[in-house]
Write a protein that binds this ligand. Structure first.
Ligand SMILES: O=C(O)[C@H](O)[C@@H](O)[C@H](O)[C@H](O)COP(=O)(O)O
Length: 265
């Protein structure tokens, strides 16, 4: 068995978690740029974009490794809701408002891969179309079975879901498709698309961000019980091991005795 995931716990989100998340993301960025000159990252919705923005929009220290090279970023959505890109439920709108719109206009901008609004009425067609986008970006060069994201950034729901992969849902057993559709999401809105579990597990690195006391019961369950290891977040931990890092605050990890670390430095 490989090494277990990393669980980082910080007392303060702004002063500690965000700078450590920045260091982690930029390490993945710098390695990816060395490997292939582009940084391919998948991002979820929920509270993640706000925390990510705190990390990435902070003033740079001036050191070479601490530069966010947005012009070399290709941003994808780990999951997206089947709503217009301007709808308040859209993950893209959220990422735009929290992060993209705040990147100084004079800086070169990242390339963002959104879902195609022409498929709003058919989640399966939207998923197929998004998968085609991934194929055109990833497979053309690598001719791979699975797309290799340099980093996948995820949240953890109170029921242990991640992306739009929900506990006990048949989508968890999908092994072929890269992008799946769901029409009965227990978290509204019901119609969504999501990366599949094999795509998530294949990521070069997988980072979770989970903060606040509302996460403490589910984190304890995921890290410390058999039942929790079968929840979507637990399956990512089990399947991807040391490639996974959790960025949490102490409110979220209260009561979790799984080995914790205080800093990525
Ligand atoms: O679009 C979505 O619904 C998300 O991608 C979802 O997977 C989210 O990340 C979790 O529900 C955690 O959300 P919070 O961070 O808001 O708890």
């Amino acid at each position: 068995m490989g090494r277990p995931p990393n669980l980082y716990s910080f007392t303060d989100v702004d002063k500690e978690l965000a700078p450590n998340l920045r260091k982690y993301v930029l390490e993945q960025q710098n390695e990816a740029l060395k490997r292939h000159g582009v940084f391919r990252v998948a991002i979820s919705g929920g509270s993640l974009p706000k925390t990510l923005a705190k990390a990435l929009l902070a003033l740079p220290s001036g050191s070479e490794e601490d530069k966010v090279e947005f012009d070399k970023w290709e941003i994808f959505y780990a999951d997206e809701r089947c709503v217009p890109l301007t709808h308040e439920d859209s993950n893209h709108k959220l990422v735009q408002e929290e992060l993209l719109n705040k990147i100084p206009k004079e800086m070169p901008q990242p390339k963002v891969f959104t879902v195609d609004e022409q498929y709003l009425d058919n989640a399966q067609e939207m998923a197929d179309d998004y998968e085609k986008k991934l194929v055109s970006v990833f497979a053309a060069r690598d001719s791979v079975k699975l797309p290799l994201f340099d980093l996948i950034l995820l949240g953890c729901g109170p029921d242990g879901h991640t992306c739009s992969l929900f506990p006990d849902h048949p989508l968890l057993r999908e092994t072929d498709a890269w992008v799946l559709s769901i029409s009965d999401s227990p978290k509204p809105p019901p119609k969504r698309i999501t990366l599949s579990l094999p795509v998530v597990l294949h990521g070069s690195k997988i980072g979770f961000v989970a903060t606040g006391g509302g996460k403490k019961d589910i984190l304890k369950k995921i890290f410390e019980t058999e039942e929790g290891s079968e929840l979507p977040c637990g399956l990512v931990n089990k399947g991807a091991g040391e490639k996974v890092s959790w960025f949490c605050d102490s409110a979220a990890t209260e009561g979790v005795s799984f080995p914790k670390r205080g800093s990525v430095m």
